[in-house]
Ligand binder design. Structure first.
Ligand SMILES: NC(=O)c1ccc[n+]([C@@H]2O[C@H](COP(=O)([O-])OP(=O)(O)OC[C@H]3O[C@@H](n4cnc5c(N)ncnc54)[C@H](OP(=O)(O)O)[C@@H]3O)[C@@H](O)[C@H]2O)c1
Length: 248
């Protein structure tokens, strides 16, 4: 497998799963436009991988973000072969205690922004017969008590993935990876208190047959495989669990 010469956009590439994806895709030889709100952690990738990295400090949910990200990638790398929608917002808590403003914020980052970035990138993806990989979650297919709205946004992203796969075929493939629990900074900002977060972590390990959290590079390698047309040229509309058996 090689992604040499391919131009890939990765959102939320500064930390956690996105960083693991960016490292794997860069090691396979691609040029990568890395997107996130904070510039500094993205710059660290550019320092390590040099000219193959183009840093775009951008909130994916801001008006006009898709247009700006696509313009940045095409200006720097001449086109787009793949879009990886990884940036996500996770706020947990029981529904009756939830702030409804968070529903809109989660929907904006987890569903509307990926749809808008795909829409803006579509002519370029069609030109190169490229693909989209959406980073969803097992939360989009499992019952998620205490995390219902987050799960609902990921179920919406799964639906988007399948519908667009058919809408864009045979020109552009659209797939999703559904990670199980991976230890990332996301777990520090869910809105749960320390005891609640610890209970959740212990419960997740107990309900994951492989008995451990996943690692970001274990998601990153699957993203590379889904981008590579030599491996996955006949794979579209797939919701691929990479989850230590949690949905088995
Ligand atoms: N960790 C898990 O167990 C797990 C499991 C299943 C699915 N997922 C999914 O995996 C994806 C990555 O999550 P993670 O665990 O790696 O979390 P993370 O470490 O918090 O990473 C999220 C990244 O997205 C960026 N981001 C957040 N909001 C953004 C926005 N509005 N615009 C641009 N960038 C934004 C953040 O950078 P800035 O703050 O600089 O913007 C950050 O680098 C998410 O979609 C999440 O739902 C995670």
């Amino acid at each position: 497998m090689t992604l040499a010469g391919k131009s890939v956009i990765i959102t939320g590439a500064a930390t956690g799963i996105g960083r693991g994806i960016a490292e794997c895709v860069l090691k396979e030889g691609a040029d990568v436009t890395v997107v996130g709100r904070r510039e500094e952690p993205l710059r660290e990738l550019a320092e390590r991988f040099g000219d193959a990295v183009h840093v775009v400090a951008q909130d994916v949910a801001a008006p006009g973000a898709g247009t700006r990200i696509v313009a940045a990638a095409t200006t720097r790398f001449g086109g787009i072969d793949a879009v990886v929608n990884n940036a996500g917002l996770a706020r947990f808590g029981a529904l009756d205690a939830a702030d409804p403003a968070l529903f809109d914020a989660m929907f904006a980052v987890n569903v509307r922004a990926p749809a808008e970035l795909i829409r803006c990138a579509l002519p370029h993806l069609r030109e190169r017969r490229g693909s989209v990989v959406n980073i969803s979650s097992v939360g989009g297919v499992l019952a998620m008590p205490g995390r219902a709205f987050y799960g609902a946004t990921k179920a919406a992203l799964n639906s988007l993935t399948r519908s667009l796969a058919v809408e864009f075929a045979p020109d552009v493939r659209v797939n999703a990876i559904l990670p199980g629990p991976v230890l990332t900074p996301m777990w520090d900002g869910t809105g749960l208190d320390a005891a609640g977060a610890e209970r959740l972590r212990a419960g997740l390990i107990a309900s994951t047959p492989m008995g451990r959290f996943g690692e970001d590079r274990e998601i990153g390698r699957w993203v590379c495989l889904l981008i590579d047309p030599e491996v996955s040229g006949w794979v579209t509309g797939a919701l691929m669990p990479v989850d230590g058996g949690r949905t088995a």
